[in-house]
Ligand binder design. Structure first.
Ligand SMILES: [Mg+2]
Length: 389
């Protein structure tokens, strides 16, 4: 048996994009496509690891110079490689841009390789899983053209039928009175026993956010996500301190350094790091530990493919419950994970689909991420050149 995964021999970065049949929207914009950046890392011992992140083709070009920093380095030592990137980009907090995107994808790929080498799933590498199934909720209920309510309510009922015990809907794209009405109608349709969350995607100023919170106060809302711009910590904290509904946010923040302030200053009741932006498995674990130490809930964001979904499942399998108790109770003391149900052709074709059972998804048990990549999908959806380092 070899005693090393070898040096990093090549890093391929691809920007993939798929067109959608119908646009859907949220408070900030409408989309007619889904995209993702996929990173494939190959070592001198022929281990292959996969990672992913968000951005454009231009992000891929920026990632190229970062990939050049680590090619040739020993792939066994994930900490050393991460440290090298932090070292080279620290001044002026450069890692809050393409660096954290690159770091996220690279770190996931390195963990994938390490697990394959040791023949263990990533959760074992992280010290061993506390649970094999992670509670998830459905993300969907975006706006459709013309804002019709009937398909929205049908979609909500569809999630109940599939077995989801929670779901999240968009607000912030209409005047608050109209959005509040849609929330009322959704609650009425799904009944009192399904968790319902609302997500404004940074739509409001602090007073409007509180007005909205008040308008839906009878609808048993489990959390109100991103009421204000995500880096406007003062407004978010004001809403957190004054809203009866718990407030969440943080999906676009980078690294544990950005989360340290959000957590220590009580900006949100619930933080929502995304493994594709925060810095991969390594930074997700740091943020998870910090959240636990400060008594803040962590319910991660997810918007990618099976690569980042598998990575975050592993991280959540080692996340302790928030306070010691006889039982693990999702939404109360146990983290719940976002399970995107919106159209995403790349996600649907790139890996096997994750099966929903009891409103949970099983943590992959095969080595590394524990998923297979269908590489034909990379060719099918690539836009621009492969960035090859
Ligand atoms: Mg969100």
């Amino acid at each position: 048996m070899l005693n090393s995964t070898g040096t990093i021999q090549s890093i391929e970065i691809r920007y993939l994009e798929a067109k959608l049949d119908k646009p859907f929207g949220w408070s900030q914009r409408w989309t007619t496509s889904r995209s993702i950046i996929i990173l494939k890392l190959t070592t001198s011992e022929n281990y292959v690891g996969w990672g992913e992140t968000y951005g454009s083709y231009n992000t891929c070009l920026e990632m190229k110079s970062l990939a050049e920093l680590v090619v040739g380095h020993d792939s066994d030592n994930i900490n050393k490689i991460n440290n090298k990137i932090f070292d080279q980009t620290f001044q002026s907090h450069a890692f809050a841009g393409a660096t954290s995107s690159f770091l996220s994808a690279l770190d996931i790929a390195l963990y994938d390789i390490r697990g394959k080498f040791l023949n263990e799933p990533i959760s074992t590498l992280l010290g061993g899983s506390l649970r094999r199934n992670i509670p998830v909720y459905a993300t969907g209920l975006y706006y459709l053209e013309g804002f019709p309510i009937k398909p929205h309510l049908d979609e909500a009922l569809g999630y109940v039928e599939k077995g989801f015990k929670g779901m999240k809907m968009k607000i912030g794209g209409l005047p608050i009175i109209d959005d509040a009405k849609r929330v009322n109608q959704t609650r009425e349709a799904i009944g009192p026993n399904i968790k319902l969350m609302i997500d404004a995607n940074e739509a409001y100023d602090k007073r409007t956010a509180l007005e909205m919170s008040e308008l839906v106060s009878e609808d048993k809302i489990t959390w109100f996500e991103e009421p204000c711009p995500s880096r406007d910590f003062h407004s978010n904290r004001y809403v957190t301190e004054n809203s009866k509904i718990p407030i969440s946010g943080g999906e676009s923040l980078h690294t544990s350094l950005e989360f340290s302030r959000v957590i220590s200053e009580n900006v949100f009741d619930i933080i929502q790091p995304d493994i594709c932006s925060v810095g991969g498995v390594s930074e997700m674990r740091k943020v998870g530990n910090m959240a636990n130490s400060f008594g803040v809930k962590i319910n991660p964001h997810f918007w990618g493919t099976g690569i980042s979904f598998a990575a975050v499942l592993h991280c959540m399998s080692v996340q302790p419950i928030l306070n010691n108790s006889q039982i693990n109770s999702p939404y109360e003391n146990q983290s719940v994970l976002e399970f995107d149900q919106t159209p995403h052709p790349i996600r649907d074709e790139l890996t096997d689909r994750f099966i929903l059972k009891n409103s949970s998804v099983e943590v992959p048990q095969k080595p590394g991420l524990g998923i297979e990549i269908n590489e034909e999908v990379l060719d099918k959806y690539i836009k621009g050149e492969i960035i090859n380092v």
